[in-house]
Design a protein around this ligand. Sequence first.
Ligand SMILES: [Mn+2]
Length: 296
Amino acid sequence: MALALRHLGGEPAVVLFEPFPSRYDVIKAATTWYQWDETRDVLAAECDAVVVLDTCSRMQLEPLVDYLVRGPRTLVIDHHATRDSIGTRPADLRLFDDSASATCLLVAEWVRAAGVPLDELLATALQIGLATDTGWFRFSNTDPRTLRVAAELLEAGAQFHTLYRALYQQDHPAKLRLIARVLTGLELEADGRLAVMKLRPADLEATGADLTMTEELANEAGRLGCIEATLLFTEEPDGEIRVNFRSKRALDVSQLATRFGGGGHARAAGARVRGEWDVTVPRVIAETIEALQASE
Ligand SMILES: [Mn+2]
């Protein structure tokens, strides 16, 4: 998720809540990336429009919810089903399409419609959005519309093999050790139909990994033939518990995530839960098993 704030008469400032992930270094030169925590006062004072991308959930935008209420006009571009009231003031705009596989698909279609020249860097940035949101064109959201745009981006120079190497073949040994450790602790529930993985601070300490290395971890259990769904619990430094939900077929995990204050898609969703680990984890597991049984 990124946030673009436009400076009056200047270049757009792209703002992230977290440090720029090094796996995306291939598009780092595309713009200047700012961190909201470090630059909020300057950005808030100088920008004249805000574009919120890939979320319309107050929870995910928590650091700047107050700012968005009082701030300049806002455009929200998103493909998720969770929609809070962000971008609903009279001068605001919302561009929603939950049939789009990725927010980058909407942006790419806008680029095409507006006749913006598609250089290699822009094409690469958009291709990353398509590839990552479709699980490298494997998930059920991989439709002809996505592949047509992907082909245009390929023509503009966004090659899959170079991107794959840049995104997925740059891991640090600590990340592989963390994956190994979490998979070793994997438990199967509901007669093997639910995989449960847990990640606590001790796991990071033992492997030398950090939380930026947990992307994709929730998908690892999906290789098991028996499972219908996966839960990944991560204990964050502030004590909050992040829950990643994955489903292969019938279970709509976005509904499940919404019950815990999160949201997402039918096959992939997430939530952050405040509460005791020993109470919250069993509760989420129990509710997921119940939902699994009801989805049959
Ligand atoms: Mn998305």
